[in-house]
Design a protein around this ligand. Structure first.
Ligand code: GAR
Length: 208
């Protein structure tokens, strides 16, 4: 059974999707062992506590140097025996040490079809604002491994979502969450826990 540690910063609807999937038995060979937040007031922490999942808080601003924050996060993740780290709306940049220590073991959910609308500055509602600004007819979400390039790691699963007339960023964000993020993130985590993801040359092969 792999230990899944989920990193959050906000509302935690993706965390909720993981918890619901776990309760349905849809996460094979894995268990959410801890939820770590960058924000002590994140509602995601309440969701974790409601399900008796251990919680921790680590704030970037409590460390003067970025490297010290990076070291502290590695230490915290190791102390929780994390086998896989899931970024579920985690809004703090990860350091080199965390990324190299957990190479191809950190899964992020991004609310667009990478490589569109991703990279520095593309997070949360901004992603949907950019998609509407461009006028794309199809958007979606991507579950991918994290490497040192922002949103540039190996893609695990993508799910497309239709853009409709009259969409606002908020309406589109909700549709992308419901139709894509909340489905593909638990699926990607389960595939990882079942050792069904092979990474080669920055690409993945899924063993189904
Ligand atoms: C989600 O839409 C997630 O894809 C996005 O933030 C939201 C968090 O919502 N993440 C990013 O933009 C990362 N670049 P949640 O806290 O309700 O899961």
């Amino acid at each position: 059974m792999k230990n899944i540690v989920v990193l959050v910063s906000g509302g935690g609807t993706n965390l909720q999707a993981l918890i619901d999937a776990q309760n349905r038995g849809d996460i094979k060979n894995g268990k959410i062992s801890c939820v770590i937040s960058s924000n002590p007031n994140a509602y995601a922490l309440t969701r974790a506590k409601n399900h008796n999942i251990e919680t921790e808080v680590i704030r970037r601003k409590d460390f003067e140097k970025f490297d010290d924050y990076d070291d502290a996060l590695v230490k915290l993740l190791k102390s929780k025996s994390a086998d896989v780290v899931v970024l579920a709306g985690f809004m703090t940049i990860l350091g080199k040490k965390v990324i190299s220590t957990f190479e191809n073991k950190i899964i992020n959910i991004h609310p667009s079809l990478i490589p569109s609308f991703c990279g520095e500055g593309f997070y949360g509602l901004r992603v949907h604002e950019a998609a509407l600004e461009k006028g794309v007819k199809v958007t979606g979400a991507t579950a991918h491994f994290v490497n040192e390039i922002c949103d540039g790691g190996p893609i695990i699963i993508q799910q497309s979502v239709e853009v409709k007339n009259g969409d606002t960023p908020e309406i589109l964000q909700k549709r992308v969450m419901e139709q894509a993020e909340w489905k593909i993130l638990p699926k990607a985590v389960s595939l990882f826990c079942e050792d069904k993801i092979i990474v080669n040359n920055n690409k993945t092969e899924i063993l189904e």
